[in-house]
Design a protein around this ligand. Sequence first.
Ligand code: ADP
Ligand code: MG
Length: 272
Amino acid sequence: MTENGATQPLLVADHVGRMFHLEGEEVHAVRDISITVNRGRFVAIVGRSGSGKTTLLNLLAGLDTPTSGQVRFEGRDVVEMGEKEMTELRRHRIGIVFQSFGLLPLLSAFENVELPLRIAGVGARTRNERAAEVLDLVGLLPRSRHRPFELSGGEQQRVAIARAVVMRPSVILADEPTGELDSANAQSIFGLFSQMAGAEEMAIVTTTHDQTLLDMAEEVYEIGDGLLLDGDASAPSEPEDSPNAEVDSPPETVRSPVPPDPGDDSIFRRLD
Ligand SMILES: Nc1ncnc2c1ncn2[C@@H]1O[C@H](COP(=O)(O)OP(=O)(O)O)[C@@H](O)[C@H]1O
Ligand SMILES: [Mg+2]
């Protein structure tokens, strides 16, 4: 397990902690967590609301800086990389699915997905092909021209996932990416992640509290109060109660399990 070897892990949290000062008090969102993410692995992080999942993902994404410990991407401390290199890394190697989707409201689904390619300077033809390909993958090609407010919460979530994968990053970091989905669609999205992890060598790190999805991950870390919990992390954890969970868009009532769009999205079908 030498860090210098050719088998260097993709992403490592090495005893990371993140403490916030809030109204004169110290809040230890993440206390001391070590996680290793290898290439192409599908890793799930579970824990109740407030346990530190979002904070940990932000640290792994280099969006936030640990107050103790280190986050390393391919062996390099991300703090030492500097903003410019880190921005490049996030543009090309890391795909992020925020809990709040983070879609731009004035852009269509297609334009939202295409944006990372535009920023990276990819030509129009390739942009069109790739954006269409990933929208198809999440079953939303027919909704390409819709703007976020014309889509359901679940559909917005799928657009956000399409946008995160469009650059074929080395790792996807997803914060409760199935929170707005009914169980059939949640399974589809996790199936898609699982397929990408295998076929595309894309590592996936996702937070979830959905027990049915834990079985699909290759590694499960359970966290509580900013620490990794020992024991069988695949054991059922209590579902989060919504009242003080952060919900950034109006909760949506999903009436019935909507099957993924028919189309030729074989990845989804594979799971049925
Ligand atoms: N910017 C912040 N300032 C102060 N406290 C924070 C901040 N971000 C998160 N926390 C606190 O850290 C804890 C973990 O939060 P979070 O990582 O969002 O948990 P989870 O995603 O598991 O619900 C919570 O108690 C939360 O209130
Ligand atoms: Mg969270």
